[in-house]
Design a protein around this ligand. Structure first.
Ligand code: NOJ
Length: 533
């Protein structure tokens, strides 16, 4: 880095499918808006708020799981993948939602969960009844236990939510029997993707939703569906909650790419649609393998969300994310948070500083080439709620960890829409998680009235990104910048400058298109970002 701003360069523009540079809005349906007063958000609530999302300017929705589920993991435990859970609505309502979103020129993508089913899925119930060696058991990963009485799990893998990744069942005669694998909660048995019935059923599910008009899928645990031959022990048992290394045998096995090629063949029959994989892997080469031309269209890259508010780390995250996809001709994705990660305002320090940094990072993210995913509530600058009472916690990680890990409920608190008191228009009933009284300051209603709100900044940033030619081009060039700052230029001519120091810096030449904090005398305040053209 240098003390002055200098640099530039242009890359050729490409004609791109809609999803390449779309702004996706992630709806965590339980927490978005409730239309029937049961305290849990639903599709009716989402439909009522489509006008708001249109105003926000997003191109597409990603709706977290809404299929039939006993809700052991917020819907990521699916008992019927081709129906809507009554908690959220009905197939008819989903059809209406898709049509209304399309009328408003928003695409609709939904979460599918191919790695595991619910333990209440008819297949799993049949597998329990059917006994060892049966075709019913072969749809899952049942194994005999180790030790003389089979009393020890088949291998040493821990579950991502704590405790062993294996649960022992009782056979029909009441005796302790085989064990089944569940990388997540015991209510989420892993499916056996070596079994052609599993792929065939997933194909049916994809076609079912695509034919109803959805524009694609977010594919849960897209790096986990293939298991290593023989299910070998882990060398070092990694018991961190919701985390794993690239060497972890539970994930990123080479066989997963055959599965993704199969999924892509089906997707290609619906050329408007996109498949976006949840892929947790650090190595750039291995990440790139998931987005080769015959695999997923996009994969989530979580580097930016894992990065502290520090210029070197941010630059490394951007460079690595770009490198991982450009090697295979794919497009990057960016996100600052989701329903599994602490909210960015809190990660960046909370309070006014956390807000300022979240604004700055959002503008940096929106200036990058590729697709952006905004987690519901990020546009309101919601913080994580880290002081939820123990008795309301619902994340399976809380119980599985013996009440040590509080889990992810803190980033899933329902959105505040209007008014001065909880539940702030989210529901007419009692919200499934309590909403902090201080969120009266953060309601949509209040933020729409103020030009300096997080919501207004999001609206302006999304609009500029969509309409200004300066955002064109697939790549970026780093621009010389003072210590503690970052600057890059897009081929179209946009210059994005982030000041991560604690004092103002003088901006380089150019017209200021937007800034995350007021600029006076051409000085960009601490913890803020400006776009120049
Ligand atoms: C990833 C999802 O984002 C998370 O919420 C869920 O718990 C696991 N996959 C298991 O499905």
């Amino acid at each position: 880095m240098t003390d002055t701003f200098a640099g530039g360069g242009a890359a050729p523009e490409q004609v791109a499918p809609w999803w390449r540079s779309a702004v996706f809005y992630q709806v965590y349906p339980r927490s978005f808006a409730d239309s029937n007063g049961d305290g849990v958000g639903d599709l009716g609530g989402l439909r009522d708020k489509l006008g708001y999302l249109e105003l926000l300017g997003v191109d597409a929705l990603w709706i977290c799981p809404i299929m039939r589920s006993p809700m052991a993991d917020g819907g990521y435990d699916v008992s019927d993948p081709r129906d809507i859970d009554p908690l959220f609505g009905s197939l008819e309502l989903m059809d209406e939602l898709i049509a209304e979103a399309h009328d408003r020129r928003m695409r609709v993508t939904m979460d599918l969960v191919p790695n595991h089913s619910s333990d209440q899925h008819p297949w799993f119930q049949a597998a329990l009844a059917a006994g060892p060696g049966s075709p019913e058991r072969a749809r899952y990963l049942f194994r005999d236990g180790r030790g003389p009485d089979g009393g020890a799990p088949p291998n040493n893998w821990p579950s991502i939510f704590g405790g062993p990744a294996w649960t022992r069942i009782r056979e029909a005669d009441g005796r302790p029997g085989q064990w089944y694998l569940h990388l997540f909660a015991p209510e989420q048995p892993d499916l056996n993707w070596e079994n052609p019935e599993v792929a065939a059923d997933f194909e049916q599910t994809m076609r079912f939703w695509l034919q109803r008009g959805v524009d694609g899928f977010r594919i849960d645990v897209a790096h986990g569906m293939a298991k290593p031959p023989g299910l070998p022990d882990m060398e070092t048992v990694d018991t961190r909650m919701l985390a794993h290394e690239d060497s972890d045998p539970r994930f990123n096995n080479p066989g997963v790419h055959r599965i993704h090629r199969g999924i892509r063949r089906i997707m290609d029959e619906y050329p408007h649609a996109v498949a976006i994989g949840e892929v947790w892997v650090n190595d750039n080469n291995r990440f790139g393998e998931y987005v080769r031309p015959d695999e997923l269209h996009l994969a989530f890259n979580f580097r930016l969300a894992e990065t502290p508010f520090a210029p070197d780390s941010i630059r490394a995250a951007v460079d690595n994310s770009l490198r991982a996809v450009t090697m295979v001709g794919a497009s990057p994705t960016w996100t600052l948070s989701n329903h599994d990660i602490a909210r960015e305002v809190t990660r960046y320090g909370g309070g006014a500083v956390g807000q300022a940094r979240a604004r700055a990072m959002m503008m940096l993210e929106m200036a990058l080439p590729g697709a952006v995913f905004v987690y519901n509530g990020a546009e309101l600058g919601l913080p994580n709620v880290d002081d939820l009472p123990d008795e309301v916690l619902q994340d399976p990680a809380w119980a599985r960890s013996g009440h040590v890990e509080r889990g992810r409920d803190g980033c899933r608190v329902p959105l505040p829409w209007e008014g001065e008191r909880s539940p702030f228009g989210f529901t007419t009933g009692r919200p499934w998680l309590p909403i902090p009284a201080q969120w009266a300051q953060l309601t949509v209603e209040r933020q729409l009235e103020r030009l300096d709100s997080m919501l207004s900044l999001y609206r302006m940033a999304i609009e500029l990104r969509a309409v200004r030619p300066e955002f064109a081009g697939p790549g970026l060039e780093w621009y010389g910048s003072p210590p503690g700052c970052l600057a890059f230029r897009r081929a179209g001519g946009l210059l994005c400058v982030l000041n991560a120091t604690d004092s103002p810096i003088v901006l380089p030449a150019g017209e200021v298109l937007l800034s995350s904090a007021p600029i006076t005398a051409r000085k960009l305040p601490a913890n803020s970002t400006a776009w120049l053209v």
